[in-house]
Design a binder for this molecule. Structure first.
Ligand code: ADP
Ligand code: MG
Length: 269
């Protein structure tokens, strides 16, 4: 099992959109026998809405991981989606209580990692959609992850936001030394804007080949239309520019996360 978080403390940079489309993009690349779990770590429940339905209608959600004295079965909080090889741990407003419970539970920062250890043989790939903040839930996601992918809209404050994110990654590494940067992916990009082109250049200077400039996600109207219908671009329009962009990003992430034969042996050992 390999785990990737999509994370940046700013809202509106495309985290939830990327998590959903990346998961579905991956599901088309991998074989039928491989399985994907997506985890919604944002109480706004945007990913839940996309993949499952109205968040407030869902009962067993990610908050169970943090509820003091809660006894739940590992499979209780996992729900099927309309995709055969994708399941989800959903979230809704209840997750906003997680921070309140931290003084009452042990290892609050480690709850998601501990959960994933229990289901390590059920899934091959896990994608975690993070909230727009650097608190307990993001820390849980990073501590549970092998990789973190940072989406950024190439505008003002982009570099500053990434620098703060890097500090948080360093903090998470104190608990989880295997955490690696999968890359910084320019998101909602419009190359007609001078500021987008200029910021991408600056980011490349600062972050070198960790800036995935050939794997950017452009701003794309069909992607927005698809989201409004609760669909990913893969279900909606195979001629859309974002279809290609997400195929491209998914195949990069697949290459990165694919489990080598050696790792398979040590997982089953
Ligand atoms: N590449 C894109 N092109 C056009 N609209 C996008 C794109 N990515 C995201 N959006 C829209 O921007 C808004 C914010 O995206 P979202 O994925 O919810 O960001 P975040 O999870 O970082 O807050 C949503 O309305 C989404 O539909
Ligand atoms: Mg989101």
């Amino acid at each position: 099992m390999k785990v990737l978080s999509v994370s940046l403390q700013k809202g509106g940079v495309g985290k939830s959109t990327i998590t959903a489309n990346l998961a579905v993009g991956m599901s088309k690349i991998i074989g039928e026998r491989e399985r994907i779990l997506v985890v919604d770590m944002d109480h706004q429940g945007n990913l839940t809405y996309q993949m499952l339905g109205n968040p407030s209608d869902v009962e067993k959600t990610a908050i169970e991981l943090f509820t003091p004295g809660e006894k739940y079965k590992a499979t209780d909080i996992v729900h099927n989606t309309r995709f055969k090889n994708i399941e989800i741990i959903p979230s809704n407003l209840a997750l906003s209580k997680a921070e309140l419970y931290t003084s009452q539970i042990i290892d609050a920062h480690n709850r998601l990692a501990q959960y994933l250890k229990q289901v390590v043989f059920m899934y091959d790939y896990v994608f975690i959609d993070c909230p727009p903040s650097l608190g307990l839930l993001t820390l849980n996601a990073l501590i549970a992850s092998d990789y973190v992918l940072i989406p950024v809209v190439p505008e003002k404050y982009a570099t500053m936001a990434i620098t703060q994110m890097m500090d948080t990654i360093k903090m998470a590494r104190a608990f989880n030394e295997k955490l690696q940067l999968a890359g910084i992916v320019p998101s909602i990009v419009d190359m007609r804007y001078r500021i987008h082109r200029a910021t991408i250049k600056t980011l490349e200077t600062n972050f070198g080949n960790m800036l995935l400039k050939d794997k950017y996600i452009g701003t794309n109207a069909p992607l927005k239309d698809a989201a409004n219908r609760r669909q990913t671009i893969f279900e909606y329009d195979n001629r859309a520019a974002s279809y290609k962009h997400f195929q491209n990003l998914a195949s990069y992430v697949h290459r990165l996360m694919r489990i080598t034969e050696n790792e398979k042996r040590s997982e089953t050992a």
